[in-house]
Design a protein around this ligand. Structure first.
Ligand SMILES: C[S@@+](CC[C@H](N)C(=O)[O-])C[C@H]1O[C@@H](n2cnc3c(N)ncnc32)[C@H](O)[C@@H]1O
Length: 251
């Protein structure tokens, strides 16, 4: 969705959402990449929570790419409210594959809440290669993976996207949620992600698989889930992937 046109009320609403998302980044992203003193590239920035976070942690500069035109007003308001003075950033409406052709290089590429949406995992990971300078690293946090209890991004019962029938789900979901669930989630497992990392020859410096928060409900739901999809308990148990990656030539 383009956020180019916003009224005052929407700017405030998005600023609050941005601050809410930014607060989680110290736990979710900082273990895998520290922005201090670095030139950052944000892959899939949305309204810019990673820019605020990077500014808070002393980044030198930030380029934030997204497929959509981003209105900077919520970020500006958030920075003002938080008393953060940082102007070395740029929102850029650009596909990461085009960013890869610019000849630019960064110290750190960060991505939060994007990889569970990306269909071309290998293509995107491969696009990071020319964008890193020596010592360059990639920090990724992908949350609410498809097979997790939160994977349908529908804010309903645990694993409801996997045990409820498709016609029933269509009936109960708002159209926008229905579209996100059907068209914008890649259904990757942790193994799919690691295979993509492996296929582009990246090194795993560290990786943490987050345990699903609703595992206690799984035994009762497993038969209904397995009736509708071919899925293992292993895939159902992982809610997130956090990792630090790099390429051998940048070590
Ligand atoms: C769910 S949003 C997350 C936004 C933000 N990182 C956050 O945590 O709120 C995922 C974003 O990734 C962007 N995206 C997906 N594929 C992309 C690509 N190939 N190049 C640039 N941005 C991409 C989408 O446009 C979307 O805004």
């Amino acid at each position: 969705m383009s956020v180019a046109q916003l009224n005052d009320e929407q700017v405030v609403e998005l600023k609050d959402y941005l601050l809410h998302r930014e607060r989680k980044l110290d736990g979710d992203l900082l273990p895998y990449g520290d922005p201090a003193g670095k030139d950052l590239l944000v892959f899939g920035s949305g309204i810019g929570n990673e820019i605020l976070w990077a500014a808070r942690h002393g980044a030198r500069s930030v380029v934030a790419v997204d497929l959509y035109d981003v209105n900077p007003a919520p970020l500006r308001l958030a920075m003002e409210e938080e008393g953060i003075e940082f102007s070395a950033y740029e929102f850029r409406e650009q596909n990461i594959h085009d960013t890869a052709l610019t000849g630019e290089q960064y110290d750190l590429i960060v991505s939060n809440g994007v990889f569970e949406h990306v269909f071309d995992l290998k293509g995107v990971l491969g696009a990071f290669r020319p964008l890193l300078r020596p010592g360059g690293r990639v920090a990724i946090f992908a949350d609410s993976l498809w097979y997790s209890s939160l994977g349908g991004h529908i804010n309903r019962e645990p694993w409801e996207h996997l045990w409820r029938s498709t016609p029933e789900l269509k009936e109960v979901l708002p159209p926008k949620r229905w579209r996100v669930m059907c068209d914008q989630l890649n259904r990757m497992t942790v193994v799919d992600f690691i295979e993509a990392v492996r296929s582009v020859g990246m090194l795993i410096m560290q990786m943490k698989i987050g345990r699903d928060p609703n595992l206690r409900h799984l035994p009762a739901l497993l038969p209904a889930i397995q009736e509708r999809s071919v899925v293992t308990p292993t895939d159902l148990s992982a809610v997130s992937i956090g990792c630090e990656l790099c390429f051998v030539e940048h070590l």
